[in-house]
Write a protein that binds this ligand. Sequence first.
Ligand code: PMP
Length: 396
Amino acid sequence: MSNVLNEFLTTNLTELKENGLYNEINVVQGANGAKITIDGKELINLSSNNYLGLATNERLKTVAKQAIDSHGVGAGAVRTINGTLDLHIELEEALAKFKGTEAAIAYQSGFNCNMAAISAVMNKNDAILSDELNHASIIDGCRLSKAKIIRVNHSDMADLRAKAKAAVESGLYNKVMYITDGVFSMDGDVAKLPEIVEIAQEFDLITYVDDAHGSGVMGKGAGTVKHFGLQDKIDFQIGTLSKAIGVVGGYVAGTKDLIDWLKVASRPFLFSTSLAPGDTKAITEALSILTESTELHDKLWENGDYLKQGLKELGFDIGHSETPITPCIIGDEKTTQQFSKRLMEEGVYAKSIVFPTVPKGTGRVRNMPTAAHTTDMLDEALAAYAKVGRELNIIK
Ligand code: PMP
């Protein structure tokens, strides 16, 4: 190995480990459901984004197997060569219907969807206003576009308005975009879309909502934009197909012209092999399930409310979540990691989230209840929280 590389790796890894910031990655044996097995031990799983339990849904598994039989395991090429399968078109039509837009385009992940969509439209002559808590893939997508990035205080509408006004009135930029998560994954709060739309209309901002954590969760399943009835007011509705939808992939939903442009200008569409047939068919089936009934969505919210109430009664700080995402804020990084480790020994898998994912001193154990959890599982988790919380002097 090169000496400079060796020194770089050793110095940085040692520093992370000494400061308790090194993330040990656990290996899951078997399916990622309401329970998971790690190191041979079965645990209640409060760490997945599998909000509706669809990752192990029998209907999805059946159609995925059938699609593998009819179309093979891989799409074989990028979309523009011969990697656009009939299954992709069927999925994109279903996505547009689900999101209430003219058209939609599917990508291989939510992460590369943000890289693709932002940089296909924005360039060095433009500016992007970006909520300071936006996801890493949005930040990277903004950087890739080479547009001027202007950070906006989290969900601060006065700050957004002032910065939008300054950017537009400066005359320096051809286009100005505002990007926000629909649901913020670390705190579970929801973007103030009605006020955002008003400001966007005043300054002709392009609006971009990443609803990775809102799809399947908000708006009776159809997402945060639908929740506020703003489908025709948001230019880009983007999201992931890997969380509530249970599979993998990302999408943009918008006007036909926007989607046509992304098909000619977004690089992951042009230069990366398309979604595999089994995954594509499973996603389409997931959208059918969400369209047929709100049963899973309702169960998710019921479980989220139950867990929140239980943790609050125990005396934990659960922040200001407006969604089933339930952070349990502990504070310093080492205690947070110790808390999560002790929970695991007590049979509960709830991951610690510390700096740099969240600001220093706001370490938390984040709970992601799903529609697949039973009340007994949540009661077991609460009992573990009570025990570990008292042991580490976090609650009385
Ligand atoms: N956007 C947001 C807001 C996310 O939380 C995530 C996933 N962590 C992504 C995009 C990336 O999605 P994917 O996992 O499908 O790449």
